[in-house]
Design a protein around this ligand. Sequence first.
Ligand SMILES: NC(=O)c1ccc[n+]([C@@H]2O[C@H](COP(=O)([O-])OP(=O)(O)OC[C@H]3O[C@@H](n4cnc5c(N)ncnc54)[C@H](OP(=O)(O)O)[C@@H]3O)[C@@H](O)[C@H]2O)c1
Length: 212
Amino acid sequence: MKVFVAGATGRVGRELVGDLVVAGHEVVAGSRHPEETDWPTGVTPCAIDFHDDESAMAADLKGCDAVCFVAGSRGKDLLQTDAFGAVKLMRAAKSVGANRFVMLSSIFAMQSERWAEEPSLQNITDYNIAKFFADEYLANISGLEWTIVQPTLLKEEPGTGRIELNPEHDGSNPIPDVAAVLAGAIDHPNTIGKVIMMRSGGTPIDEALSEV
Ligand SMILES: NC(=O)c1ccc[n+]([C@@H]2O[C@H](COP(=O)([O-])OP(=O)(O)OC[C@H]3O[C@@H](n4cnc5c(N)ncnc54)[C@H](OP(=O)(O)O)[C@@H]3O)[C@@H](O)[C@H]2O)c1
């Protein structure tokens, strides 16, 4: 597939681009400053800003089969990037027929009753709200073939290749494992229409994705 990665220069994005290339996909790497990164051979950088209008995004997505949204503003621009930026990208994707959409979200983003319970979520309510609306739009309004990946806390540590699905409580995930789940979702059509809640665990990622 030709896959557009939005947020390609981020911590998850870089890992994801590499994984998609290894899996044999053609990748377009989107962010505001994609030219500042040394990409693997065959990756096409594409400047995109979530403050742009939808038609500009649609032009960037033309010819792509799938989109992965792994961008985020680290709490600084939640409405325009994490929430409406994601929605504009979904609408642009739909308009050009890039129908497969994989969203990096956050654990329990669609279950607001959990936000006060989990230590890692208690102080990021505005962020949770932004992700809630982006996830709800994707699942219920976009008309896309969606998968939503909801990890717990991201950690800069080596991947284990193993995860736990549907954890009862928060925890953490090495960033390479989250990227592997996002890339794997593209190659597992059974994940379409599913929310994948995850943290580090004991099940090999490919096995876990096959069971979703
Ligand atoms: N931190 C956690 O523990 C945690 C847990 C669960 C889920 N998540 C989710 O995982 C996401 C990715 O995490 P990360 O650590 O990889 O993030 P990151 O390193 O901060 O990367 C964010 C990416 O978004 C891009 N971006 C930001 N604003 C943009 C804009 N206006 N237009 C276009 N691109 C923009 C950045 O690129 P440029 O600056 O080049 O534009 C960058 O590529 C987070 O945003 C969050 O939603 C995080």
